[in-house]
Design a protein around this ligand. Structure first.
Ligand SMILES: *Cc1c(COP(=O)(O)O)cnc(C)c1O
Length: 473
């Protein structure tokens, strides 16, 4: 490929055009007789020179710009990014003698968002129906249908729809009687909503480490963090991977702890053939736009306990008595979901198996495409009893260059995301943390690739592979 980009400085403009025509890159790198780079010529430069009266037989050395951009190989990887320029699509990489050894290309045309809601079923139809029915607030048939449908999907008896996933966690803690003075054990590697909900409930979070294989809360770390004040555990099924629920439930049983599952990233994941969210006292889900199931904003608590369900319904709706209007029995919240959101949710769960399968396929494609890159470690698919789902395509880069890879991918408009920062690293949460070595290790190496349903993913994979391989030769 490199050869097709080179043009001698005593070649004619016509010859340069022939090379450009063949390489399809709209550019040639102009070199002298010792193969040293002396300029860059684009088809735009050629057009301008012809319009200004130059002939096709003129030597390219007469028309190349005096100033041009290139990257020195010796400057190392960061130079690629420093030189990122939207207007320049392709740049030569030279050695110490100015010989072209490589090139770096920016694919401006491709912009891959990290996630993209799949709304291709009856979402719009149901949403319009809800709208036209004028039941646009938090009462209406879609709410009931969504609660029924989603809790059934999880294998639980009841569902309580709420305005978002954080509210779901908060509501679950309140309904479980967690409050001031109570300790709640949570993993270090999670989205901050997990710990925020504990703090909103005025309880004390106890942050423990995760395990390196599942990336989820480490049962041994839970065990050693239990005190007389411990009241609950929030296992987070991180990036679609189920926690080791046998171990978590055994500890909870032994110490009589409540279990509130944070399933915001794992709709449909299974452990021992049983769906996450159905193990603990309450399972909490988020339906934010980038989650596996979405209602725009939204959340749900699922449970098998009628009394927890009743408590959550009461707290969700201002703590207002069900039988006596405007009579309040507890200090409640407005955590309701609207019928409009639920309408979208109903359409989503009609297709949930297809949505999960499509995400599985995307991950399988990544596994296949990136298998030549030995520093890309995918999560294990063979963990006992575990059936993970795909939220983002989450991998660990073991070459210690995660940040450089990420910057480069983002420069190419492939929207990758790093793993979460460990809670224990953030000043506002630090004081609640026990030592967490694994979460730090994972957090520094983890990267999430886009899971967009893409018509033609080939260009995206080509870009990802080329970007990850740069500087590896
Ligand atoms: C997204 C998320 C939440 C919060 O959900 P929202 O709907 O954004 O409030 C909670 N926990 C985890 C692990 C999440 O990823």
């Amino acid at each position: 490929m490199l050869i097709k980009l080179l043009c001698r400085k005593d070649n004619s403009i016509f010859q340069a055009m022939q090379i450009i025509n063949e390489n399809g890159k709209n550019t040639v790198f102009v070199v002298d007789h010792q193969d040293r780079l002396c300029g860059v010529l684009t088809d735009g430069d050629i057009r301008r020179s012809l319009l200004s009266g130059k002939s096709l037989h003129e030597q390219v050395s007469k028309v190349i710009a005096r100033e041009f951009k290139f990257i020195r190989q010796s400057e190392g990887e960061k130079a690629y990014l420093k030189n990122t320029d939207e207007s320049i699509k392709i740049m030569p990489v030279v050695d110490d003698d100015m010989r072209v050894v490589d090139f770096f290309q920016f694919t401006g045309a491709l912009h891959v968002p990290v996630a993209h809601p799949d709304l291709t079923g009856s979402e719009f139809k149901y949403l319009s129906e809800a709208f036209l029915s004028s039941w646009i607030s938090s009462r209406g048939e879609y709410i009931n249908m969504f609660e029924r449908g989603f809790s059934q999907f999880c294998g639980t008896r009841y569902g309580v729809a709420v305005c978002n996933g954080t509210a779901a966690l908060h509501l679950a803690l309140l309904a479980s009687g967690i409050g001031p003075g109570d300790e709640v054990i949570i993993p270090d590697l999670t989205f901050a909503a997990t710990i925020n909900a504990v703090l909103h409930a005025q309880a004390t979070p106890v942050i423990v480490d995760v395990d390196k294989t599942r990336w989820c809360i480490d049962p041994a770390a839970i065990q050693s963090a239990v005190t007389r004040k411990t009241k609950a555990i929030i296992p987070v099924h991180l990036y679609g991977q189920p926690c080791d629920m046998d171990a978590v439930m055994a500890i909870a049983k032994k110490h009589r702890l409540k279990v509130i599952e944070d399933c915001a990233e794992a709709h449909g994941a299974e452990y021992g053939g049983q769906k996450v969210g159905s193990f603990g006292d309450i399972g909490c889900f988020s339906f934010f736009a980038n989650k596996i199931v979405t209602t725009g904003e939204g959340g749900m608590c699922v449970t098998n306990s009628a009394s927890l369900m009743e408590k959550m319904r009461l707290m969700r709706d201002h703590g207002m008595s069900k039988t006596k209007k405007y009579w309040h029995t507890v200090v409640g919240y407005n955590y309701r979901m609207t019928n409009l959101q639920a309408a979208i949710g109903v359409a989503q769960i009609e297709r949930i198996d297809a949505i999960l399968k499509e995400r599985d396929n995307i991950e399988a494609q990544y596994r296949e495409q990136l298998k030549g890159l030995d520093f890309v470690a995918f999560p294990r698919r063979d963990l006992p009893k575990s059936n993970k789902v795909v939220w983002l395509v989450s991998v660990v880069l073991t070459d210690g260059k995660r940040d450089t890879h990420m910057e480069r991918l983002i420069a190419r408009k492939i929207e990758v995301r790093p793993f979460f920062y460990p809670l224990s690293r953030m000043p506002i949460y630090k004081k609640y943390a026990q030592p967490c070595r694994n979460s730090r290790w994972l957090s520094a190496r983890g990267i999430n690739f886009p899971t967009v349903s893409w018509q033609d993913r080939n260009q995206m994979f080509r870009d990802i592979i080329q970007t990850l391989s740069t500087g590896k030769k």
